[in-house]
Design a protein around this ligand. Structure first.
Ligand code: FES
Length: 135
């Protein structure tokens, strides 16, 4: 049983289809299900647990404020992909978001709230003088 308030890196299909397992390898989003552990040797791997110790990353706060998750299964991968998006593009348009997040599928159809949370985090990061969203 999963605790509703806890979010963790997950394993899903193992076929690089849904993006639920996205982690960062040297700052880039990677579908962990398609990467061998040996390929990670010498790299820096960041999972959702490593994004912030207390869920205080602006994207995590925006996710909570927008009440994005439904079942929650895809959400750690969604947030990790969003972090990379904002690190490359601090003020994305809807189209930018849709393109960047296309590899992350949400079976609960939370896409509207995902876009709202990314925009909210973008505004928060820009107001804080942080153009990117790295951990
Ligand atoms: S919240 Fe259920 S799959 Fe995305």
């Amino acid at each position: 049983m999963r605790v509703a308030s806890r979010m963790e890196a997950v394993w899903s299909w193992g076929t690089s289809q849904c993006g639920a397992c996205v982690v960062h390898v040297d700052g880039k989003s990677v579908k962990a299900c398609s990467m061998l552990a040996a390929q990670a040797e010498g790299t820096e791997v960041t999972t959702i647990e490593g994004l912030s110790p207390d869920a205080s990353h602006p994207l995590q706060k925006a996710w909570i404020a927008e009440q994005v998750p439904q079942c929650g299964y895809c959400q750690s991968g969604q947030i990790m992909s969003a972090v990379e998006l904002l690190s490359r593009n601090p003020h994305p348009t809807d189209r930018d978001i849709n393109t960047a997040m296309a590899g992350n599928i949400c079976r609960c159809n939370t896409y509207v709230r995902i876009r709202a949370a990314i925009k909210q985090a973008s505004r928060a990061l820009l107001q804080a003088g942080r153009g990117g969203a790295s951990a």
